[in-house]
Design a protein around this ligand. Structure first.
Ligand code: GDP
Ligand code: MG
Length: 264
């Protein structure tokens, strides 16, 4: 077993990359791009889909929650709406997650990365028992990092930016795993503004002052939290559509995996 006996005996590979982010941020499209990149560069990847409700996937998953639980049947059986159906499907899958871990453990010598797609609605994974169980199962067995996907064009709005950063911040402190802020869709809007706001909070405040939906005292208080948060993460700009930023992304994953090995 590779768990629990200190970093010296801990397996270095594969690195688990859990892809999370708001609905529509581009998780699934990015997964597809990352899979293409691994094929192109002879990186040995393995792909896990944890979204029970996705209709079609643009990439081929090695492990797919939909092969085990049919979310529409779960909805009928338990008389649930769509969100309840997705959540219950993920709960059912989480009870068997040790099987997923052992499948990956058996292949560990042949794998560099395991890419993990999560349900469209972020809170189904980040605020559920099953999300926590699955994350913990990965992180106690393999070096694990979180890629938090941001819709960059939408985050040009300061209020949206702040909400998104606070959400990412809560995930960092909840999982305690290295987090990569992955600014996606840079083909539409460059992420330079985000880097500037993260570097210089006064620049952010100036931008935010035009929006009166946040009081300036709240913005100032949150700045202290976010400053500390920004110091604890890496950020990269990518485009799942154009393919820009893939090298930078995997470099950030490697650095985060190193950080994991030193910390856990
Ligand atoms: P998910 O809900 O996070 O899995 O998001 P999807 O991968 O389904 O993407 C949501 C929408 O954003 C789709 O219409 C994608 O085509 C689009 N999208 C995703 N990544 C990019 C990107 O890098 N650039 C652009 N322009 N659109 C993107
Ligand atoms: Mg998706």
């Amino acid at each position: 077993s590779s768990s629990g006996s200190g970093s010296s005996s801990f397996r270095r590979k594969p690195v688990i990359i859990i892809v999370v982010g708001m609905a529509g941020s581009g998780k699934t499209t990015l997964m597809h791009r990352l899979v293409c990149h691994t094929h192109l560069k002879d990186i040995r990847g393995y792909v896990v889909n944890l979204d029970p409700a996705v209709m079609t996937l643009p990439y081929a998953a090695n492990i797919d929650v939909r092969d085990t639980v049919k979310y529409k049947e779960v909805m009928k059986q338990f008389n649930l709406g769509p969100n309840g159906g997705i959540l219950t499907s993920l709960n059912l899958f989480a009870t068997k997650f040790d099987e997923v871990i052992s499948v990956i453990e058996k292949r560990a010598d042949q794998l560099d990365y395991v890419l993990v797609d999560t349900p469209g609605q972020i809170e189904i994974f980040t605020w559920s028992a099953s999300g926590a169980i699955i994350t913990e199962a990965f992180a106690s067995t393999f070096p694990t990092v979180v890629a938090y996907v941001v819709d960059t064009p939408r985050s040009e709005d300061p209020t949206t930016f702040m909400s998104n950063m606070l959400y990412a911040c809560s995930i960092l402190y909840k999982t305690r795993l290295p987090l990569i802020l992955t600014f996606n869709k840079v083909d539409v809007a460059a992420h330079q503004f985000a880097l500037e706001w993260m570097e210089d909070f006064e620049a952010f405040q100036t931008a935010a002052s035009s929006d009166h939906s946040y009081s300036s005292t709240l913005t100032q208080s949150l700045s202290l939290v976010l400053d500390e948060f920004y110091n604890n993460l890496k950020s990269v700009g990518v485009s799942a559509v154009s393919g820009v930023g893939m090298e930078a992304f995997f470099n950030a994953v490697e650095a985060s995996a190193e950080e994991y090995m030193e910390t856990y």
